[in-house]
Design a protein around this ligand. Structure first.
Ligand SMILES: Cc1cc2nc3c(=O)[nH]c(=O)nc-3n(C[C@H](O)[C@H](O)[C@H](O)COP(=O)(O)O)c2cc1C
Length: 218
């Protein structure tokens, strides 16, 4: 079987997808995201807190990667990474970011466009210290996104970092970054087996500090 044939045989929007009535949606997209997120957890969606984060380099070339959502507050969506990684460097030069959630078991997608802001050093440190020891050890080498010439080098760095975490559990690397993406636009997409998908987009009305919303053609 060719890859093309394999692809044609795969189902999409299969199963019993939830209904979404956009006329009953709340005024604030964070409230709707919270409701959808709780439904995703209740429905047993796998890793619903994994999201793609897209950034762009100086020439505008985009790149995306998956990170874990650490919190959702009225300010926005939070994630943690290193400020020296590719995404960290790109966000320092251009803080515009896009987030994407895909909850395939429910045929749902949420996209967020906004501006990423680095949290205070105190919040970054608190996030790092709340991580399990293995993850703190992994964060200590400060080499994320650097070329790795020899995997043995990583083993040595891990052993060294583990020993440092054991000796001083309060250690926080200088380049640990907790970011909040403050939303400018949020779109909720509900798939339907008959392809009459529903799209509801919220856009921030900066002068009034409110959200305007409307449907989009699927
Ligand atoms: C499910 C999943 C969760 C991840 N969570 C994180 C995370 O929370 N923070 C992080 O820095 N990288 C996380 N990663 C790794 C990133 O996708 C990425 O490889 C890494 O951050 C380097 O990205 P960059 O070189 O574009 O900066 C995760 C990967 C996967 C597949």
């Amino acid at each position: 079987m060719t890859v093309r044939e394999l692809l044609r045989g795969l189902p999409v929007f299969a199963g019993d997808l939830p209904a979404f009535d956009p006329s009953a949606a709340p005024d604030d997209p964070i409230a709707l995201f919270t409701a959808w997120f709780e439904e995703a957890v209740a429905a047993g969606v796998s890793e619903p807190h994994a999201m793609a984060v897209a950034t762009a380099d100086e020439a505008g070339a985009p790149s995306a990667r998956v990170v874990i959502l650490k919190d959702l507050t009225p300010e926005g969506w939070w994630f943690a990474t290193t400020t020296t990684s590719r995404k960290g460097r790109e966000l320092a030069a251009d803080p515009q970011a896009a987030l994407l959630f895909h909850w395939r078991e429910q045929g749902r997608q949420v996209r967020v466009g906004g501006v990423a802001e680095l949290a205070t050093p105190g919040l970054c440190a608190a996030d790092f210290r709340s991580r399990p020891p293995a993850s703190r050890a992994a964060g200590l080498h400060g080499r994320q996104s650097d070329p790795l010439a020899d995997p043995a080098e990583m083993d040595r760095a891990f052993d060294e970092s583990r020993a440092r975490v054991e000796a001083d559990p309060s250690l926080v690397p200088d380049d640990w970054g907790l970011y909040v993406v403050r939303p400018v636009e949020v779109e909720f997409w509900q798939g339907s087996p008959d392809r009459r998908h529903v799209r509801l987009r919220y856009r921030r009305e900066e002068s009034r500090g409110t959200w305007e919303r409307g449907l989009l053609w699927p």
